[in-house]
Write a protein that binds this ligand. Sequence first.
Ligand code: NAD
Length: 450
Amino acid sequence: MRFLPDRKKYTVAIIGLGHVGSCVSLILADRGHEVIGVDTDAALVGELRGGVCRFHEPGLAELLERCHRLPSVRFTADHAEMSAADVVIVAVGTPVDESGAFIDTQLRGACKELSRHLRRGQLLIFKSTVPPGTTRELVIPLLESGGLSCGEDFGVVFSPERLSQGTALRELAELPVVVGGSDRDAAEAAEEFWRTALGVGVRSCASLETAEMIKIASNWWIDHNLALANELALVCSQAGVDMLDVVAATNDLPKGGGRVNILLPSVGVGGSCLTKDPWMAWSSARRRGVELRTVPTARAVNDGMPGYAASLVLDALRGAGKDPGGARVAVLGLAFKNDTGDLRATPVAPMVRALREAGVRVALHDPLVSPEAAEQVFGSPSVPDVEEAVRDADCIAVTAWHREFHGIDFAELRRYTRPDCAVLDGRAYFPRETIERLGSLGYTYLGIGR
Ligand SMILES: NC(=O)c1ccc[n+]([C@@H]2O[C@H](COP(=O)([O-])OP(=O)(O)OC[C@H]3O[C@@H](n4cnc5c(N)ncnc54)[C@H](O)[C@@H]3O)[C@@H](O)[C@H]2O)c1
């Protein structure tokens, strides 16, 4: 059966308007497709309708401003509206529980709604990260519970989302899309959809399970790579070697017909994907009788980094003859990475906890995070500007280097800080000249693996 109408502009329903769904909806709307965005969160739907963007993603607020009043764009909490779509994209949340097991509530909920409103000829594209086997074993039976049949009446494809927060819109417009279908017709329709709708390349896979495994493998690899980078950083700092020199040279040298690609160490690994997708691999492997030993090891290494970053600060305070009990640390950047306001599993939270446990008074600042959101995660609100945060600081911990911070004048901040102030470079990767300049301004530089 042909699952895509023969035209260049489609009607697309997006189920789940979180970070991923909002970006996907708006980029499709901006390309002239008719968009029906559906989310169970009525407050989120209301915000999107009003042109209010709750996600800090470069370019997204401007895109929403441009698109939210278009007659071809509507946001709704009513799943029935998806019946009008040629293509339905599902991007609901797929978290894991404490034991690493997949929590399928959102996916089940979405599939049940879809089964009620599906119509013949629709193409369903699932983007949410899931344990391999989920689309065939859970999603398709739920969809078919409404009476229509996968393959005969509708097509199902797994097309994992691969964007990174902070560069999401550029990546959606450029990165090739992975496609694995329930059958060849569905896969071909999705390939054509991505090529036409976004103009991106397509990586066609043998099966739904292959596409599911590609997503898991990719984040499993990133988490392991980061664990390697973080452990390498621990060794480099003891060996008096700048980790960044090692990474730059190692990555630049041809090796075995390709290149290695060591990522960079930091205050820790956070966000909603890297902290859970490796566990998804681990728990789904376990169900198949395979014990993955590398996953818990890499997770433990990465989870150890916030404590390590806190220990760098505490050692520097003590080294300067200061009692952590009376010390102040300004934390600049609360989000889990640069250029996002996302606090999900941010490693800055355990770092702050460790500092507070040692008696340190912490001032928080992040231009991409509201004071209320900071209070929910950190137990105290953030302050609105850098100067207030660094007032009387014994250490400035730079834990996310957002674009908004690039103009920070450390010479000017010296007027506010205490003498012997340290600067923790948790994710800024300051070049050597900046480190020298910080030294000449009287700061003690603390780097991760530097
Ligand atoms: N955030 C990222 O950078 C990223 C990158 C790649 C892949 N992913 C994957 O993409 C998926 C979505 O991630 P996210 O960060 O956008 O999640 P999110 O939690 O921000 O958004 C999920 C949205 O789905 C909505 N929802 C839940 N059940 C629903 C239902 N039945 N019908 C309609 N809406 C429903 C929620 O209200 C929420 O707004 C996850 O599987 C994630 O692992 C995320």
